[in-house]
Design a protein around this ligand. Structure first.
Ligand code: ADP
Ligand code: ZN
Ligand code: ZN
Length: 744
């Protein structure tokens, strides 16, 4: 009997030992008995033979072996172990999170196959194609290819047959004469169902791009861990730097991992990488079906795919050896997973590079305060792309002081300045974008007799009025009420909607500009993806004059005829109880600002605020990342917040508030005693009710561990978790959030 170390996909700490008649390879899935049931486990290692142990502590046997080959490479195991320890999460659950759905359970996952289609590939460069001896239909088909291929040597057959019904037959002839080949390939579409764009490879890099690329290629060749921070304004050619570094890596027969913060951006990056690397690319993101994810995973495992582009979970891509890791938009909070295994994809990407001994490139137009600090300290190497490609200037940003606008005016959220600019843009047939931070019509419902605010029955948060749906909605649990409520406190019927949402801004824009073509893009208006695409297409084709939207419009959209961007109210994020509030607000403003003037016409941005003197706003006006950085560094070093200190948030939740409170207080007392006893350099903040103190009928309290020595914070956490049963009982849940991004 051989002994094996096995991680089971269940919330048990650590790994377990099971026996099997033969040696099992690490990365193979097995079925093992746990308690009274059979459960999936992952082989981590073969243990030395120990007959005595087998006899002494009755070791259970593996019930079944599920795979002939490993489903992840053994090289990933130290990475999994590290994550389990760092995030205080069972290793089996870490692995289950890492694997695509089709593999994490017992199914073989082969049920769903990836879609394929036939593509036409030119056998010689475009200009070398002989024109002679071709049939008319073949000539015509080739011409259509040239016109529609966008410079790429590959094009889906379907597109040609759509353009010309004779193409199908002609292509067969062309293939027979060896001018083209017809091949099957996986169908890559973006999550909105559109075919991905092809992009050209620029002939020459700018001086700054060249410097960045050569630093990266040298690091790839050196094959050592090193972190680079690529700071480049939007449109400065960062993506081209990624592509060139990836090309170099592939030429050295090494693999490349590219992370993007979210789906919409994943598909754009996917398009660019696909046009450069074709079938060597695999994608991993939530827009794929389980079957598609499984398929992509297998292609990586089999070594067919050399480059992976994906969202957060792509950090687990099963490459046995990596040559380069790229993290785009490294400052994004979306890299943090906020349930289950609460990991940060960006941080784990850096860690993977360290385990793989390869360079990692973090790119952003607005790098995080932490990354800039590491660059300053020499821990990261800074690469800078200071200018937009093609010499476009950054848009001019104006701040409008809302305190000076007339009070009591119904449409106070349109300053005279913004109204005039919208009017001017309309008259010039140019497009405008209005950014609003919140969806819905009114942010909250206020009783004008007693001042009470209508709150959700299950959560302690205000209900948002949605006029279109004629409902009051809780944005946390989905609870709804009819809007004609009476005050829950005093019974008055005089309850009105206050505060701003995208729906209200849209309504006002329609009222103020009845002649304008207005549309709204947020997750209410366009939950349906197809509606979303068609709306974006309308904007692109200039069938919309004014687009009102939430965060959804801030990222990645490229509309050359949008010359005016209005930020209706910049302040909403600034006062959140979160040490990153200022940094995040600046990043969002910079991103929205980047939407203006992406074409030949210069852009203009109008930001409305009640705090025009706040450093975040003056920095947004000056496109000055540095100013925010300096303010934040001064503040955080004083308060011991990251990057100077580390945080672990311990959250207690349950249906009974006094039980939750008691557990949080007991935990705090225990930790304080341990700290005192051992004179440890660590602070405990709280316990206190979380800013969102009741969500979905669960009360929430939290306790923040803060200190400069992470190993001490983790040790404290372990001490606490050891007593978890005693402290929390069965009714209170304790979640450990290491390096929290969201402290609400
Ligand atoms: P970023 O990722 O920094 O926002 P992109 O990489 O998307 O910028 O580049 C912006 C535009 O400039 C793209 O259309 C890209 O194709 C083009 N571009 C990038 N590098 C060059 C170059 N060296 N020469 C010409 N065009 C380039
Ligand atoms: Zn009232
Ligand atoms: Zn609710």
């Amino acid at each position: 009997m051989k002994l094996h170390e096995i991680a089971v996909a269940a919330p048990v700490p650590g790994s377990l030992t099971y026996s099997f008649p033969a040696a099992l390879q690490p990365g193979i899935r097995v079925l093992v008995p746990l308690g009274s049931r059979l459960i999936v486990g992952y082989v981590l290692a073969q243990l030395p033979d120990n007959e005595q142990l087998l006899v002494e502590i009755e070791i259970k046997a593996v019930a079944d072996c599920l795979d002939a080959y490993p489903v992840f490479p053994a090289q990933l195991i130290p990475f999994f172990r590290w994550m389990a320890e760092y995030y205080h999460h069972p290793i089996g659950e870490v692995i289950r999170t890492a694997l695509p759905a089709g593999l994490s359970g017992t199914s073989s996952g082969a049920a769903a196959k990836a879609k394929t289609e036939t593509v036409v590939r030119l056998c010689a460069p475009l200009s070398d194609q002989p024109a002679a001896a071709l049939k008319k239909s073949e000539q015509k088909t080739l011409e259509l290819f040239y016109q529609h291929c966008g410079g790429s040597p590959v094009m889906p057959r379907r597109e040609l047959t759509k353009l010309y019904s004779g193409a199908g037959k002609a292509l067969k002839g062309l293939a027979e004469s060896g001018l083209i080949t017809l091949e099957g390939r996986h169908v890559y579409r973006d999550p909105f169902g559109e075919l991905l764009p092809y992009s050209d490879r620029p002939a020459e890099l700018t001086t700054e791009q060249t410097a960045a690329v050569s630093a990266l290629t040298a690091a790839i060749d050196a094959g050592a861990f090193q972190t680079f921070l690529l700071h480049g304004v939007t449109g400065s050619g960062k993506t081209e730097v990624y592509l060139r570094a990836a090309e170099h890596c592939l030429a050295q027969k090494k693999n490349v991992l590219v992370l993007v913060p979210e789906l919409a951006l994943a598909s754009q990056m996917e398009g660019q990488f696909y046009s450069r690397f074709g079938e060597r690319l695999a994608v991993l993101h939530s827009g794929l079906s389980d079957g598609e994810r499984f398929d992509q995973w297998q292609r990586i495992l089999r070594g067919e795919a050399k480059v992976v582009v994906g969202a957060r979970s792509a950090v687990f891509a099963p490459f046995p050896d990596l040559g380069l890791v790229i993290v785009d938009e490294e400052h994004e909070a979306a890299y943090k997973q906020d349930d289950g295994l609460r990991y940060n994809g960006r941080d784990m990407a850096v860690l993977r590079a360290r385990f793989a001994s390869c360079p990692v490139l973090l790119g952003s137009a607005t790098p995080s305060v932490g990354s800039l600090y590491h660059a300053e300290q020499g821990k990261y190497r800074l690469l800078i792309l200071p200018k937009r490609i093609g010499g476009q200037v950054m848009p001019n940003v104006e701040l409008v002081d809302l305190r000076k606008e007339k009070r009591g005016r119904k449409d106070w959220f349109f300053s005279d300045r913004l109204l005039a600019a919208l009017k001017e843009n309309l008259a010039a047939n140019l497009q405008s974008l209005l950014f609003v931070n919140r969806r819905g019509y009114a942010a909250f419902m206020l009783c004008r007799d007693c001042g009470a605010v209508a709150r959700c029955r299950n959560c302690r948060v205000s209900l948002t009025l949605h006029r279109g749906r004629n409902q009051l909605i809780c944005h946390y649990c989905g609870y709804t009420l009819r809007p004609d409520i009476i005050c829950p406190d005093c019974g008055s019927g005089d309850v009105v909607g206050l505060g701003l949402g995208s729906e209200r801004v849209e309504a006002e824009v329609r009222r103020l500009f009845p002649e304008a073509r207005v549309a709204r893009l947020d997750s209410d208006a366009t939950a349906d993806r197809r509606a979303q695409i068609s709306l974006l297409r309308q904007v692109r084709e200039q069938e919309i004059d004014i687009l009102v939207g939430t965060q959804m419009v801030a990222k990645g959209l490229h509309f050359p005829k949008v010359t005016l961007v209005g930020v209706v109210w910049a302040d909403s994020g600034l006062s959140l109880p979160d040490y990153k509030a200022a940094e995040r607000t600046f990043q969002l403003l910079a991103q929205v600002t980047g939407r203006a003037g992406r074409g030949e016409l210069a852009g203009k941005v109008i930001i409305q605020t009640h705090q025009p003197g706040h450093y975040v706003l003056t920095a947004a006006r000056a496109h000055d990342c540095r100013a925010v950085y300096e303010q934040e560094i001064a503040l955080r070093s004083m308060l011991g917040y990251p990057p100077f200190g580390r945080l672990i948030n311990l959250r207690f939740s349950g249906e009974n508030e006094s039980q939750v409170e008691a557990a949080a207080k007991t935990a705090a007392a225990l930790l304080r005693a341990v700290i005192l006893q051992n004179s440890l350099p660590a602070d405990i903040l709280g316990p206190a009710p979380a800013p969102l103190s009741l969500i979905k009928n669960r009360f929430r309290w939290q306790l923040l561990l803060k200190g400069t020595r992470p190993e001490i914070l983790h040790w404290l956490c372990d001490q606490l978790l050891r007593e978890k049963g005693k402290i929390c009982g069965k009714k209170v849940r304790l979640t450990v959030d290491v390096d929290p991004e969201n402290m609400m």
